[in-house]
Design a protein around this ligand. Structure first.
Ligand code: AMP
Ligand code: ZN
Length: 494
């Protein structure tokens, strides 16, 4: 029997602001859509946190026995610099600055995105569609919305008529905003504005002659508005109504609000049963963002090549750090927090490794069944990974007591403990028991420090042949030495 039949999952639905029992539209099947990255620069750790939250959710739903179709798109067109339809297309701008094709920008950063996610041990989504691969579907939705009277065309662009929509449906239900308040809080339209109202948003934008990303449409050459691609791709692959839509909190408005409006205007029904929003990763108390430069790239953490952290941290340690916070809470990145996570991760892995070495007895002092259910209860309560981890450490405590001979465990309970521990640690949290982390990293740091010392001695003795050899051979291994007034430091690539 599938686990979901006995485990009662509850999720926090941003649409109703309450925790609700999770009951998929079609029993045993889950359709989940998550807004993917805009591929115009390297993903930073903040982006990774949101995607990791949904990777964990995907993993747990599968663990419960659901057949999940997980769609996470790639935004490769239509996302303008200003989320409110103004400025240049982010990808086109990057292409212009670097004098390369927009699709070269897309390819470069899509590859980077996949590389990073692989390092973090993400499961691939079931479908990863792109906005540019679904222009026809987007045009069809625009035609439909125009036919139904919730959009208007002007000078080759098509805008969604928010006021008209609000008369028949309700605009603002996800973000809790009222259209009247939005209207009184926004600037007046200027003469250049084509929109009837500042709340209206673009479904299709006319491409000016210099705009390189353009497609033919019934309204002339142009490109789709950012919100439309997600409506087109979620409807195509998951249907007009599906179970879960996810993304970062910052996408609630306007992006997700507009997605709801587009789908309701076109299909007449609310597209999503449960809206799940992941909270932000902050650095120095401020949101990590590409635009402000307040961010750190995953590779800078794995290599130690950054000015924020005292050392390198492995992907599994960073993943463990992320999982120690609930996905709806803000999480702040700091050196201290990562150091603490590294210790915790090592303790957990040592205990997992010890599981195969424990002696068994005829009886148990540890109620494994009750403990296992406590782990499920944590995850069933809106994927509460910090409580799950606290329970896993309760398991670690017993493993250590059994190892020291201070507690007993039966072979049947040990089998159950082993299965549950590894199930939660590897399958649900997605951690890896890799040697490149923690202790091995410390050993490597020790060895490189020793070589730096030998190189300094060689240089003091004017033995430049030896000192250069050390530097070059380390560089060939991907370890770069940097000399400064304060001394020599190193960073690693690859
Ligand atoms: P973008 O590539 O800017 O479209 O963002 C991709 C995803 O990353 C979206 O779901 C955002 O909500 C999310 N995101 C952006 N910044 C952060 C952050 N600092 N913490 C967590 N998620 C973020
Ligand atoms: Zn989206």
């Amino acid at each position: 029997m599938q686990l979901y039949k006995t485990q009662n999952l509850i999720v926090y639905n941003s649409l109703t602001s309450t925790k609700e029992p999770f009951q998929p539209i079609n029993e045993g099947h889950v359709g989940m859509y998550v807004c993917g990255p805009t591929v115009y620069s390297n993903v930073h750790l903040g982006n990774c946190r949101t995607f990791m939250s949904f990777d964990m959710i995907f993993r747990y739903l599968r663990h419960l026995g659901y057949k999940v179709r997980y769609v996470r798109n790639i935004t490769d067109a239509g996302h303008l610099e200003d989320d409110l339809d103004e400025g240049e297309d982010k990808i086109a701008k990057k292409a212009r600055l670097e004098q390369i094709e927009p699709m070269e920008v897309v390819q470069r950063y899509t590859v980077d995105f996949h590389n990073i996610l692989q390092k973090f041990n993400f499961l691939p989504p079931s479908i990863e569609p792109t906005a540019t691969g679904h222009i026809i579907e987007q045009i069809e939705i625009i035609k439909d919305i125009l036919d139904k009277g919730y959009a208007y065309e002007i000078n080759g662009s098509v805008y969604f008529d928010v006021k008209k929509f609000n008369e028949a449906f309700e605009y603002g239900k996800l973000s809790g905003r009222k259209l009247e308040d939005m209207i009184s809080n926004t600037r007046e339209l200027t003469a250049q504005d084509e929109k009837k109202s500042p709340q209206d948003f673009a479904l299709w934008k006319k491409a000016e002659p210099q705009h390189i990303m353009r497609w033919p449409s019934p309204w002339g050459d142009g490109f789709p508005g950012w919100h439309l691609e997600c409506t087109a791709m979620s409807t195509k692959y998951l249907g007009e109504r599906f179970d879960i839509h996810g993304g970062g909190m910052d996408l609630k408005f306007p992006h997700h609000e507009c997605e709801i409006a587009q789908a309701e205007a076109s299909n007449g029904q609310a597209p999503v049963k449960y809206w799940l929003h992941a909270n932000m990763l902050t650095l120095n108390g401020k949101k990590m963002a590409k635009s402000t430069g307040n961010n750190i790239l995953p590779d800078e953490i794995f290599s130690g090549d950054n000015t924020i952290l005292s050392k390198a941290f492995s992907p599994s340690v960073v993943r463990f750090f992320m999982m120690q916070a609930h996905y709806t809470s803000i999480l702040d990145l700091s050196n201290e927090a990562l150091l603490a996570s590294e210790k915790g991760y090592q303790r957990l892995m040592e205990a997992v490794n010890d599981l195969n070495k424990l002696n068994t007895d005829s009886t148990s002092d540890f109620d494994v069944k009750a403990w296992k259910q406590k782990c499920y209860d944590a995850m069933n309560d809106d994927f509460n990974t910090p409580i799950l981890i606290a329970n896993l450490f309760e398991g670690v405590k017993h493993i250590n007591l059994i190892k020291e001979g201070k507690e007993k465990i039966s072979s049947e309970d040990l089998r159950l403990l082993n299965e549950s521990m590894t199930g939660f640690v590897f399958d649900v949290l997605g951690l890896e028991n890799k040697n490149d982390s923690g202790k091995d990293m410390e050993k490597l740091t020790g060895v490189v420090d020793l070589l730096i010392k030998l190189r300094n001695e060689a240089r003091a003795n004017k033995d430049f042949g030896t000192s250069d050899k050390i530097r070059d051979q380390l560089a060939a291994l991907g370890i770069q030495l940097k000399d400064s007034k304060e001394g020599t430091t190193f960073s690693m690539s690859g």
